[in-house]
Write a protein that binds this ligand. Structure first.
Ligand SMILES: C[S@@+](CC[C@H](N)C(=O)[O-])C[C@H]1O[C@@H](n2cnc3c(N)ncnc32)[C@H](O)[C@@H]1O
Length: 247
C-alpha cells in the first residue's frame, strides 16, 4: 500500500515512521510511505504556503496554489488512492474506518495547519475529511500518524501474527481480554489457573468470557454493535448476575 503524506513539517514524521513495526514494514516493501514537503510546490522565493483570511480575523489559511499542484501530481502518481484531509470536521476515525481504508490501494493524507485549508482545495481535490476525535489539534500531522499506524496493521504481513490483530480491541466489537506474563505469581497476585493449564479450549473460552467482562465494565456502549452469539449473551447475563461465568 502506498501512503503519501503532504505536510509543511516533514521532520515531524522522521522518528515515528522509522521505528518498530512501521519501519520493518517499509523495509520489507509492505508499506510505501512517502512524506512530502508542501513548500517544495510553492513557487515564490520564500516558499510561502499560507496567507491571511479573506474577511479578516485571526489566523492564517493554507493557500490553494501549492496544494492544488501538489495534489494533482500526487493523485496522478498514486492512482486509486483516496485523498484525505485531516480535519476536526471529518468522519470520526474508528476501527470500522480503519478496515475500510486498509482495503484501499493507497492514501494521500493532507495535513492542515493554522485555521485550515482554502475551501476550494476541499471542493476540488479532497475525497474525504477524517477527524481523530472531537477536539482540535494544532496540525494534521499527529492525526496522519494515527491513520498510518492503524491502517498499517490491516496490511497483510505488517503485524507478525494476524491472530494478534484478530484478538485486539474493537476487531469484533469487543475489548481485548486481559493479558499476563511470567512470573505466575507476583506480590501475592496469581495468574488465572486456566492460563497455566495447557487446556487450549478452556483458555479460549476464558478469553472470550473475559473480553465480554472487560467490555461490559469499561465500554458497555460497544455491546450493542458487537457480533455476539447466544452463548455470549448468556455469559453476559451470568457476569451481570455476579457469577464467575462458565469456562
Ligand atoms: C487548528 S486546526 C484548524 C481547525 C479549524 N479552524 C476548525 O475549527 O475546524 C489546524 C489543522 O489541524 C488538523 N486537525 C485539528 N484537529 C483535528 C482532528 N481532531 N482530527 C484531524 N485533524 C485535526 C487539521 O488538519 C486542521 O486543518
Amino acid at each position: 500500500m502506498r501512503i503519501d503524506i503532504l505536510t509543511i513539517f516533514p521532520p515531524f514524521f522522521d522518528s515515528p515512521l522509522s521505528e518498530g513495526i512501521i519501519h520493518r514494514a517499509r523495509e520489507r516493501g509492505l508499506l510505501d510511505l512517502r512524506v512530502h514537503d508542501l513548500r517544495s510546490w510553492a513557487t515564490d522565493r520564500h516558499r510561502v504556503t499560507d496567507d491571511a483570511p479573506y474577511g479578516g480575523g485571526a489566523g492564517m489559511v493554507m493557500k490553494p496554489e501549492p496544494l492544488f499542484t501538489a495534489l494533482e501530481q500526487l493523485r496522478a502518481e498514486n492512482p486509486g488512492a483516496r485523498t484525505v484531509l485531516l480535519s476536526p470536521q471529518g468522519r470520526v476515525w474508528s476501527q470500522a474506518l480503519v478496515r475500510e481504508h486498509g482495503a484501499l490501494p493507497g492514501l494521500i493524507l493532507v495535513c492542515g495547519r493554522y485555521e485550515g485549508v482554502d475551501e476550494r482545495v476541499i471542493e476540488a481535490l479532497i475525497d474525504e475529511e477524517i477527524s481523530i476525535g472531537d477536539y482540535v489539534l494544532t496540525g494534521g500531522e499527529a492525526a496522519a500518524l494515527v491513520i498510518v499506524e492503524t491502517v498499517a496493521r490491516e496490511v497483510p504481513g505488517v503485524v507478525g501474527q494476524a491472530d494478534s490483530v484478530r484478538r485486539d480491541s474493537f476487531f469484533d466489537g469487543l475489548l481485548d481480554h486481559p493479558h499476563y506474563t511470567r512470573p505466575a505469581e507476583f506480590r501475592g497476585r496469581r495468574v488465572p489457573e486456566v492460563l497455566l493449564s495447557g487446556d487450549h479450549a478452556a483458555i479460549e473460552r476464558w478469553r472470550r468470557r473475559e473480553a465480554l467482562r472487560q467490555t461490559l465494565r469499561k465500554r458497555p456502549d460497544l455491546l450493542d454493535g458487537a457480533a455476539l452469539t447466544d452463548h455470549d449473551r448468556a455469559q453476559l447475563e451470568r457476569i451481570k448476575a455476579g457469577d464467575a461465568g462458565e469456562t
